[in-house]
Design a protein around this ligand. Sequence first.
Ligand code: DWN
Length: 409
Amino acid sequence: MTNEAAACRACGSPMTPFMRFGRMPVANAFVTEDQFAREYFYELAAALCAPCGMFQIVDHPDPAQMFHDSYAFFTRTSKGMVAHFRTYAEWVAERFLKKPDAFVVEVGCNDGALIENFATGGLRHLGIEPSANVAAVANRHGVRTRVAFFDPETARAVRASDGPADAIVAANVICHIPNIRGVAEGVATLLAPHGVFAFEEPYLGAMIAKASYDQIYDEHVFIFSARAVAAVFAPFGLELIDTVPQATHGGSMRYVLGRKGAHSVSPSVARTLAEEGRQGLHLAATYDEFRRRCERNRDELVGLIRDLRRQGQRVVGYAATSKSTTVLNYCGLGPHDIEFISDTTPLKQGKFTPGSHIPVRSPEAFADPYPGFAVLFGWNHETEILGKEKAFAAAGGRWIKFVPEVRLS
Ligand code: DWN
């Protein structure tokens, strides 16, 4: 595969990458030692489609390589996200699910942390999830699931079996689906006449502002802006009716769409679009500057870690996030730089990080004994992590942070 030039997945226009990260493994493909020699790699490069404003990666692995029956990310690993999903579900239910027989569908329900809030409220619901192992966890939480990718065919099948959806919801998943026009067609197929499609995703404006390039990896085929979302859904008769900024994942946006003319449009849509213009999200120069900031960030992070290692300091990582796969491989960091990464996910523990082959250990290993320095790969959960790891700082440990800038704290 090449990434010299490609067609925009949203509008088909030609586009050229502005930034290349090099060879990348699948972000959540944690490996055992015997798998090192046959890891799957692809070329990670990012591009902006000038005509429609869709930010996207150029090549992407086959989704079946990423979402399968041993998918390693479970939403419930963050208490903060579980609490966030409770309020997100309440927000949707209060506004859009008032009728007694209302039906809500979640696209990519993972372990059910969002949709279980509708299920426990007794609402008719269905979680659609392609990774059977995480869907099984959702089942155990009382969620009715269907193991499938969301596409027009799945949408037709759900409509035939359950009727139209009053709300289709999603969180951190629509940007994972390369066939975004298929998503739009599926939503248009399944949605009731006055239904809504609400989804939230890492926001392009926040990623550019923070130079948080680690949001770019195989699963994040797109990093959305309001402009691009409005443009890609419009041909399917769907209109952007609300945008609600969220603090999650370092800065996200909740988008709400409905059938054109079926709902009033919140003034927040015009405000968000105007702000995107002021930030220059449509300008090539913005992305050239973003690339320069990322390169500087990479060089400073590598320089700091290697200086510490030369001084004989122990450096470990905290949270083997999907994002850390981009950081580690882009920066060329390995087990000589970072001794291990502590992570709460049992499926990752005892394995090695994709491509960079750093051991992943349980959180108990972090304190046994505490290292001098820990790279905060879970920077988006900083409040939660620093809150529970006060003993590390009390023991003299220092956090290495790299978003938006490399610094010690
Ligand atoms: O979109 C996506 C986002 C929402 O979640 C997916 N593509 C996959 C995933 O991305 P991520 O792995 O970067 O997500 P998080 O939530 O930033 O990181 C989760 C990882 O961090 C898990 O492996 C658990 C770990 N973790 C930890 O070890 N200690 C997380 C917390 C909060 C902790 O205290």
